[in-house]
Design a protein around this ligand. Structure first.
Ligand code: ATR
Length: 271
């Protein structure tokens, strides 16, 4: 590792990325000399930009929209998680080669474990079939969730993901959500509904038996969906922790210290 490791997050747009705040908080907290910056790269600049960073001695990068899928074609090595999810968010530059990994599923599971007592016993309901759903389905399958119902407004996208991952994922109609609610122990919103500027996710949770409800949305921190879950006595887990925990494996690899996700980091990112 170089004596002053430097990492950046790459996307287009990039100004909104919270990653520099997260990593700089940890660099500061652990007194590690290194830096974490951000670069705006358009799709055509991605490959030459990454190769240039390798030559300059960067130790790695985070990748965000719109490059998370395309970077798999550029990387020299792709982890099992990134291949199965079909996207990468964390790159490690080592001996001139680009290694691509996806830590979103890890972040989802670590957040769930930090704020709930989830066990892979009862079936799970996942709402949405976009990029975030792929990482979460991967993580739930790896964690041996016994049965995963996948509901999406556009049924064909749920069918495609169920075919891609296979058992234990079963696509169901969006209209069939109420029918499976009584048997599930975990409900996950992976859609963009409930995010600032988006309509709320309107699913009546009345048929749900005591369960855990989690949302990938973290702005606002408490979505209407989570508020409803909490009001009905369910354990509600917000999406901020997924964002924070997905950064842990990258920080550890680049800077050599496994960081903690603590309340002060949450406050720093919400500030
Ligand atoms: P990402 O890759 O960030 O997950 P995405 O691929 O655009 O983003 O996925 C967004 C998810 O939110 C999809 O599951 C989408 O459903 P469709 O596949 O039917 O588009 C879901 N979504 C967005 N707006 C929705 C709405 N008004 N009602 C129900 N689902 C919605």
């Amino acid at each position: 590792m170089s004596r002053f490791p430097v990492v950046c997050v790459i996307g287009d747009p990039i100004a909104q990325s919270k990653s520099p705040r997260i990593h700089r908080y940890w660099l500061d907290k652990y007194g590690i000399s290194g830096d974490y910056t951000r670069f705006l790269l358009e799709p055509a600049q991605l490959e030459p930009g990454l190769r240039h960073m390798v030559d300059l001695g960067f130790v790695g990068a985070n990748i965000t929209i719109p490059h998370k899928e395309n970077v798999l074609q550029i990387a020299d090595q792709v982890s099992d998680a990134a291949r199965q999810i079909g996207a990468a968010n964390t790159l490690l530059f080592q001996d001139g080669a680009i290694h691509a990994d996806n830590t979103d599923g890890f972040g989802f599971m670590a957040n769930l474990q930090q704020y709930s007592n989830w066990q892979p016993q009862r079936p799970v309901l996942v709402l949405g079939a976009g990029g975030a759903a792929r990482a979460i389905l991967y993580a739930l399958a790896q964690a041996n969730a016994p049965r995963i119902f996948l509901a999406n407004r556009t049924r064909s996208r749920a069918d495609d993901l169920a075919a891609h991952f296979g058992a234990p994922i079963e696509a169901i109609d969006w209209e069939a959500v109420a029918d499976v609610l009584p048997q599930v122990g975990l409900v996950v919103n992976t859609t963009s509904l409930g995010m600032q500027g988006q309509p709320p996710l309107q699913i009546d949770l009345a048929p749900l038996n005591t369960a855990i409800v989690t949302d990938i949305v973290y702005a606002p921190l408490e979505t209407e969906f989570l508020r409803q879950a909490r009001a009905l006595g369910h354990c509600a887990v917000d999406g901020l922790g997924m964002l924070l925990h997905q950064a842990v494996p990258g920080f550890e690899r680049w800077f050599g210290h496994r960081p903690d996700v603590d309340e002060a980091l949450r406050a720093e990112v919400l500030r």
